[in-house]
Design a protein around this ligand. Structure first.
Ligand code: MN
Length: 342
């Protein structure tokens, strides 16, 4: 079954309110929808989020991307999907576009075969559970958000830190006091130095805060620093910004400087994400899956990937809840933190 055309459709999204993390503030996205059209009219669609590469998304660059994708895919047989995913690796310098194009291939294949994508990925689970993220804000606002999300059914909350050791500690402790049974992932987005990261983890432990993962405490390239933090932290350490490619994953596992890898399809693409899952299995490391500004359409990709592979102990798939959308377009049903694929 031949691929006859590719279309890229840019779509602009505004955040409900500005979302702040240690490395910056976001209030809009221009995500690209990549559509594959088969000879019999069946289509497949994927989404590339614009985080990190929005500067590329001018009208001319979108046209040239469309041309590039047509060169790679038009005339190819969708049934040979693995060959197509491998060919798309030439786009690894723009990983979110690669991920969106890979998912479009998989989605077209699934629509042709009349199976949902989570079955394509292995069909391990139909229900997954996601946390919800609280961006950096005033103490009062963060407590308010935490209560709101917890009451909506999110028992695991991700708290963004990494700006100011004292303030960050106070915020996490106060949120736990307000919600004694809530559990947390704390994510510094590279914001701490090694010493602050270790103090942060030890203090939270002393205060009996229910931290399940301490994510990206220090600079992404500081492998020795990560290792040092891991040695002294009472909580498991996850690498996020440190792992884009499959090689990054290999290196972190080999250096034994993390307990978890946070896979994001927009960082590594789908083909390499599957590889990182197997690497983590070989190295006895845990996995989480995250997101980067995807809409309900794009987050659906990671939800089906997570459910189908059944590989993730933690899911942080909530970007669609942060942005305004005209209509919901995901292939899933959400009730609080519980997400059911369909
Ligand atoms: Mn992170």
């Amino acid at each position: 079954m031949e691929i006859i055309d590719i279309k890229i459709i840019p779509r602009e999204y505004k955040y409900k309110e500005p979302f702040r993390i240690a490395t910056g503030i976001r209030d809009w996205e221009v995500n690209l929808e990549i559509e594959i059209i088969l000879k019999n009219g069946i289509r497949g669609i994927g989404e590339a989020s614009s985080v990190m590469i929005s500067y590329l998304f001018s009208k001319n660059s979108i046209l040239s991307l469309e041309k590039t994708l047509k060169n790679i895919l038009v005339g190819e047989n969708i049934l040979r999907y693995k060959t197509l995913l491998k060919k798309l690796k030439t786009l690894s310098f723009i990983p979110s576009v690669m991920a969106g194009a890979e998912y479009a291939v998989i989605s077209a294949f699934c629509n042709l075969k009349n199976i949902p994508p989570y079955i394509f990925f292995g069909g391990e689970k139909e229900v997954i559970e996601s946390d919800r993220t609280i961006g950096i804000d005033s103490l009062e606002n963060m407590i308010k958000k935490a209560k709101e999300y917890y009451n909506e059914g999110f028992n695991l909350l991700k708290i963004k830190v990494g700006v100011n050791l004292e303030e960050d500690l106070r915020k996490v402790v106060e949120i736990q006091r307000a919600l004694p049974s809530a559990r947390f992932i704390v994510d510094a987005n590279q914001g701490f130095d090694v010493k602050s990261a270790i103090i942060f983890a030890k203090e939270l432990y002393r205060e009996k805060i229910k931290v399940e993962i301490f994510e990206q405490p220090v600079l992404r390239t500081d492998i020795d620093g990560l290792k040092l933090v891991r040695t002294h932290s009472p909580f498991p350490i996850a690498g996020d910004e440190s792992v884009y490619t499959i090689y990054d994953g290999f290196r972190l596992i080999k250096e034994d400087c993390i307990d978890f890898i946070n896979i994001k399809l927009m960082k590594s693409g789908i083909y390499d994400a599957l590889g990182i899952i197997e690497l983590a299995r070989a190295g006895n490391k845990g996995l989480m899956i995250g997101c980067m500004g995807e809409s309900s359409l794009g987050i659906s990709q990671s939800i089906h990937f997570s459910a189908g592979t059944g590989a993730f102990s933690y899911c942080d798939l909530d970007s669609h809840l942060l942005i305004e959308e005209d209509g919901f377009r995901g292939s899933f049903i959400q009730e609080g933190g519980k997400i059911r694929v369909k």
